[in-house]
Design a binder for this molecule. Structure first.
Ligand code: PLP
Length: 450
């Protein structure tokens, strides 16, 4: 779990950092190190009460460990603790954040987008919908039924009306359902999700953009989870087509803390048209003094923000440039291939039923059985049993109609079906698939005996 080289690298980097402040008079903080050590031992023991997120046997929720370089850069930055609200609070880390934003924009094919990092996808989507609401006051926000649950709530916070658009059996926004909604004339913004959080479905962005132009509606792309897959080379053709036109959307959300190897607290919002920056105008008298250059707080809803998040992301982007033929892109391909390989095994198994094929690296599978209630219970049992064998999965409730599209004989004695879900986000998952599958199959046999 812990590579001691990390601590050596951190110490060397801290020494270099400290040299930059060597001309200050000596100053050392007083630490009661033995008391600290006692407390930290307690913390370590308490923190054992967690699933092993760092290990390939954790194949459940959307959790990917931050890369060591991100962890170390973040820790290093804590000795400065910069605040990326204003240049006064974090000059160096603000410059790094601006470079990160340019690089993420370039990944999507955007030149000079307006954007910044923020606490996460929810905060980033809030900014996107806030801007959308300012530009289309009184008009609705629509997103698919499989869009992230926070879009409805964010709309509530912003006092914007929200409506959910039905999805196809594969979980993508249904264009035939979208068109009449737009034709009603009261929609201001469509949220297109490229990689839904539940099943990883990719909304048909080219067609959504076309409809949006016809009805003069804004398009916001929520690709908090899926965004980095644009670098991959294994996408199916519909997903590829969607990722290829992201730059035509008005705003984009991506979470470096999902697939970008960052610790939590790193979301990102980008706007194609930088003139939306004027909407953020405020006149706090206290904050900006040091420069006429852009302070990121001038284009952000949050005030204080951790500069450390930008430092960590910048370091990661140096080590893993976002190139289509780089190691980072390759590792995303591996995750997607792992999800497809797992789906193939599910399809060949008598114990499980394959549902929609994975579009990204989330695979959904049902336990075999006659009816929706039984297989839902069995999913929970398998989840528990696998956990007791140190294989950690996730559960998801899907609408019965979506499941029955892939499994027409299933008896519908329940409105939803509980299925198993694995986010195979770690590059190691492909190599661990045999092991994961073995444990999974072994959890089923006690069910047959029962
Ligand atoms: C995770 C996610 C969000 C929410 O992001 P947080 O970083 O958890 O706040 C929003 N949309 C999508 C598609 C997501 O996957």
């Amino acid at each position: 779990m812990i590579n001691p080289a990390e601590l050596t690298i951190l110490k060397k980097a801290l020494d270099t950092l400290a040299e930059g402040f060597a001309d200050l008079p000596d100053f050392e903080s007083n630490l009661d190190t033995s008391a600290m050590e006692r407390v930290l031992q307690d913390v370590a023991v308490r923190m054992r009460d967690n699933y092993p997120y760092h290990h390939p046997r954790y194949a459940g929720q959307m959790l990917k460990p931050p890369h060591a370089v991100a962890r170390i850069a973040y820790m290093l930055a804590l000795w400065i603790n910069p605040n990326n609200h204003a240049l006064d609070g974090g000059r160096a880390s603000t410059a790094l954040e601006k470079e990160c934003i340019q690089a993420i924009g370039a990944m999507f094919g955007l030149q000079d987008p307006l954007g910044h990092l923020c606490g996460g996808g929810t905060m980033a989507n809030l900014e996107a919908l806030w801007v959308a609401g300012r530009l289309h006051p009184g008009k609705k926000v629509v997103a698919s039924e499989q869009a992230h649950y926070t879009h409805g709530r964010i709309s509530e916070v912003l006092a914007l009306e929200f409506a959910a658009v039905p999805v196809t059996h594969a979980g993508r926004m249904d264009l035939e359902a979208l068109e009449p909604v737009l034709a009603a004339g009261d929609v201001g913004t469509i949220v297109a999700t490229l990689g839904t959080t539940g099943i990883g479905a990719v909304d048909p962005l080219p067609e959504i953009l076309e409809l949006a132009r016809r009805f003069d509606v804004r398009v916001h792309v929520d690709t908090a989870y899926g965004g980095y897959f644009t670098l991959g080379s294994k996408l199916n053709s519909a997903a590829r087509a969607a990722f290829d036109v992201i730059a035509e959307a008005d705003s984009i959300v991506i979470d470096p803390h999902k697939h970008g190897l960052q610790p939590y607290g790193c979301g990102c919002i980008l706007f194609k048209d930088s003139s939306v920056g004027t909407l953020y105008k405020h006149d706090s008298p206290a904050t900006y003094f040091s420069s006429a250059e852009l302070h990121l707080g001038e284009i952000s809803l949050e005030c204080s923000r951790p500069g450390a998040a930008a430092v960590a992301l910048w370091a990661t982007q140096q080590l893993f440039p976002m190139d289509v033929d780089g190691d980072f892109a390759h590792s995303l391909d591996q995750s997607l291939l792992a999800a497809r390989a797992m789906w193939d095994r599910v399809e060949q198994s008598d114990n499980f039923k394959a549902l929609m094929p994975p579009e990204l690296d989330i695979v959904i599978y049902a336990v075999n059985g006659a009816d929706a209630a039984t297989i839902s219970e069995r999913a929970s049992e398998i989840f528990e049993r696998a956990a007791s064998k140190n294989l950690h999965l996730a559960l998801l409730e899907l609408p019965i109609d979506m499941v029955r599209h892939y499994w027409p004989e299933l008896i519908a004695n329940r409105d939803t079906v509980r299925v198993l879900r694995s986010c195979l986000m770690k590059p190691e998952h492909l190599a661990w698939l045999d092991d994961i599958w073995q444990v999974l199959e072994a959890t089923v046999h006690p069910l047959d005996d029962a």
